[in-house]
Design a protein around this ligand. Structure first.
Ligand code: ZN
Length: 61
């Protein structure tokens, strides 16, 4: 498994240097992972301004 990175802006977890969702920088220094399977029903997704399904980091530095 490759090193996973998380977007500094939207916290989306990806393997690439730039976020596929918002185009922001990604960081290797992140903690916590949540999986959003239905962003329309998830209160957490709303709170984090998430509008796609996927894995998200709780904290990104
Ligand atoms: Zn992003």
């Amino acid at each position: 498994m490759k090193d996973l990175r998380a977007c500094r802006k939207c916290h989306y977890i990806t393997e690439s240097d730039t976020c596929p969702i918002c185009g922001g920088d990604t960081s290797k220094d992140w903690h916590g992972c949540i999986i959003i399977v239905d962003h329309k029903k998830s209160a957490l997704a709303k709170k984090m301004n998430v509008s796609v399904n996927g894995r998200f980091a709780l904290r990104v530095r």
